[in-house]
Design a protein around this ligand. Structure first.
Ligand code: NAD
Ligand code: 89Y
Length: 343
């Protein structure tokens, strides 16, 4: 198999995980990097031995010589960079949050579709080992038809020291973290017909909301609650675990803290340890996220090589992004939002 060459744009806090993961991915490697901050460019270039370095993305694309681009910048630059990739006919991965508005997200998906280039949003949480284990447990059928779910992420972990911009934005937890939890809810219980949300800010030192409670009416008829908080101090800090409860017609699934999976049916309860692996370059407690970065990048590489669409394609991600926008709308107006009307 020929090795695909990638270029990575945005050498900041999280891109270091992506660079480590690219080293482990079979069938792809990073040939060039770009960051408008020369210091970050130098640090990442030296750490990963990349000599082709650019401060300007348009110069990177003009020189070419790569099969895909991995955009790891913060959201403000996603729209221009994705459209730049589309103009140059370069398949593109873009970090979450994909866009600042649903209208922008739709325009970015259209630009790639019109140019005929594959587009994947780096929506990695559904690739976490424990989340995949829940999906498999549901697919095994022992709990029957799921009719209720809860997808919960509650923490007091200091995310602001590594990602200071999170404290400054008008929007915080739904756009940054809840976006993953909403995507997991879709991955497990399917697409959403309507959404109702309530938010609040508890931490006085940040600008956006740090608590959100979201009620989802799934198209299947199931109901779920997505609850996320960065204002919840617990005896044992669970960051970055998503906890899941699913009730089905014949049994239940519980993914509880410490990566413990319980599947209960009329025969009894089966308990499994679904802990993520600690990859050689990973560190606790981030290893759960770090392993999913490797998994999604391997998935992209395999699908690109096979000419197939990735699981979290741009088109798929519009259905997650709509939930983010609807949650802010519902929290502001107090109304239930019809998701179908947004797409
Ligand atoms: P960061 O600010 O540390 O890094 C972003 C880098 O991009 C900076 O070095 C900046 O100079 C560079 N940059 C910005 N615009 C650019 C442009 N137009 N051209 C070239 N370089 C540019 O941010 P971060 O914390 O690494 O976050 C990056 C993205 O990753 C965010 O969208 C964030 O939400 C996402 N993220 C995802 C996960 C996940 O699990 N999927 C986890 C953390 C962060
Ligand atoms: O930016 C966020 C993400 O995507 O995963 C966790 C995080 O780093 C902080 O909330």
């Amino acid at each position: 198999m020929t090795e695909l060459k990638g270029a990575l744009i945005g050498c900041g806090f999280f891109a270091v995980n992506q660079m480590h993961a690219w080293n482990d991915v079979k069938g792809a490697r990073i040939a060039a990097i770009c960051d408008r901050d020369p210091e970050r460019l130098k640090i990442v270039g030296e750490q990963f031995g990349i000599t082709r370095r650019y401060c300007d993305a348009s110069q990177l694309f003009a020189d070419g010589g790569f099969d895909f681009v991995d955009i790891a910048t913060t959201v403000q630059s996603h729209h221009p960079l994705v459209e730049m990739a589309a103009r140059h006919k370069v398949p593109v991965i873009c970090q979450k949050p994909f866009a600042t508005t649903l209208a922008d997200a739709k325009a970015m998906v259209k630009a790639c579709r019109d140019a005929g280039v594959p587009l994947m949003v780096h929506e990695n949480f559904r690739w976490q080992t424990p989340i995949q284990a829940v999906r498999r447990a549901l697919d095994a059928g022992v709990i029957g038809e799921p009719f209720w779910g809860r997808f919960s992420f509650r923490s007091a972990y200091d995310v602001f020291s590594g990602q200071p911009y999170l404290a400054a934005g008008e929007r915080f937890i739904i756009e940054d973290l809840g976006i993953h939890t909403l995507d997991i809810a879709r991955f497990i219980l399917g697409d959403v017909a309507a959404l109702t949300a309530r938010t609040r800010r508890v931490n006085p030192n940040i600008r956006g909301e740090d608590v959100a409670t979201i009620l989802l009416d799934h198209q299947s008829g199931a109901t779920s609650v997505v609850d996320v908080s960065y204002a919840t101090r617990l005896a044992t800090e669970p960051f970055p675990e998503t906890l899941i409860e699913l009730d089905g017609s014949h049994g239940t699934i519980r993914l509880s803290q410490g990566y413990r999976l319980e599947v209960t049916d009329a025969q009894g309860t089966k308990v499994t340890d679904v802990s993520p692996r600690l990859l050689s370059w990973a560190s606790r407690p981030w290893h759960n996220i770090q392993e999913s970065v490797f998994a999604i990048q391997q998935h992209w590489t395999d699908r690109l090589a096979a000419g197939e669409a990735p699981s979290t394609s741009g088109a798929d991600n519009l259905k997650t992004f709509a939930l983010v926008e609807a949650a802010y709308d519902s929290a502001a107006t107090g109304k239930t939002i019809d998701i179908g009307a947004m797409l």
